[in-house]
Write a protein that binds this ligand. Structure first.
Ligand SMILES: [Zn+2]
Length: 117
């Protein structure tokens, strides 16, 4: 007997990823359609309970849930700070909300570099 929950999750995940790709390609022509595709993809993720891939999760504003397209409705800046940590800041130009994605330093590379010196 097939595991229906696994099959449903697999189908929903593939459809959601397809919808995100479609939203990305349609956005410059029609913002409304891309917004609808993102809403549908998020509904799939909520109903079947799977994690949206980080690549696409970073493209949704955390406050207003709009699709972010760099250069049109969002601003991306790189911040390099030694104390607090380097991060990528994404600012939504629709609601002016800034999301920070911290860049983790690879400790094993750092250690190997320290040993060579
Ligand atoms: Zn926003």
């Amino acid at each position: 007997m097939p595991n229906y929950k696994k099959v449903a999750t697999k189908i929903a995940k593939s459809r959601a990823i397809y919808l995100f790709e479609l939203a990305h390609s349609v956005f410059p022509e029609c913002k409304k359609f891309s917004q609808r595709y993102v809403e549908l993809a998020m509904k799939y993720a909520q109903r079947v309970k799977f994690k949206i891939p980080s690549r696409w999760k970073q493209r949704i504003c955390h406050k207003c849930k709009r699709f972010l397209y760099p250069g049109i409705n969002c601003r991306i800046r790189l911040q390099s700070r030694k104390g607090k940590g380097s991060h990528i800041s994404v600012t939504c130009l629709e609601c002016n909300f800034t999301t920070r994605f911290f860049i983790k330093a690879k400790s094993h590379l750092k250690e190997s570099w320290m040993n060579n010196k």
